[in-house]
Design a protein around this ligand. Structure first.
Ligand code: 5GP
Length: 145
């Protein structure tokens, strides 16, 4: 069986892409959108998604995937400049059994700070939108450096 079935056009990231629900936007081009995770596991937790509809890494066009990963690298570098973490974890989950909870491909950029805990995945406390917008602005400024 597939990794949980077909693409659901009503998933939460499709709604963000459609502008139906807000996000703290970090970066956008014709193929890629990046925004802050609203249930951040660490300070600066950022997501990078393709605009095209794919559930996961396995059903994504390889050329598009290459672009999404390159943009993930660029945005991770900006996250590094913005928050000066001690490390950065990049994660990506495929299927419920693997921990995926939103079924539109995305990469997590998780800054790690020595001595600071990581909140639970996709079940932590919802962040304040003003705070997330401020974090997004810091990353945007770093992208311009
Ligand atoms: P997954 O579990 O699929 O790898 O990750 C989905 C991520 O999306 C989780 O980290 C979760 O916190 C985040 N998330 C869920 N709903 C929303 C939302 O409405 N807005 C934003 N910005 N992130 C969300």
């Amino acid at each position: 069986m597939s990794l949980d079935g077909i693409y659901d056009p009503d998933n939460i990231f499709a709604k963000i892409l459609a502008g139906d629900i807000p996000c703290a936007k970090v970066y956008e081009d014709d193929q890629v959108l990046s925004f802050m995770d609203v249930f951040p596991q660490t300070r600066g937790h950022t997501l990078v998604i393709p605009k095209a509809s794919s559930r996961n890494l396995l059903d994504t066009d390889p050329a598009l995937l290459a672009n999404v990963i390159q943009k993930t690298q660029i945005i991770a570098s900006a996250v590094r400049k913005a928050f000066e973490p001690d490390g950065i974890v990049i994660t990506q989950f495929n299927g419920t059994a693997a921990g995926q909870t939103v079924f539109h491909l995305h990469f997590h950029i998780l800054p790690r700070f020595t001595g600071s805990n990581v909140a639970p995945h996709a079940s932590g406390q919802m962040a304040d939108m003003n705070e997330l917008n401020q974090q997004a602005a810091k990353i945007q400024a770093a992208l311009k450096q």
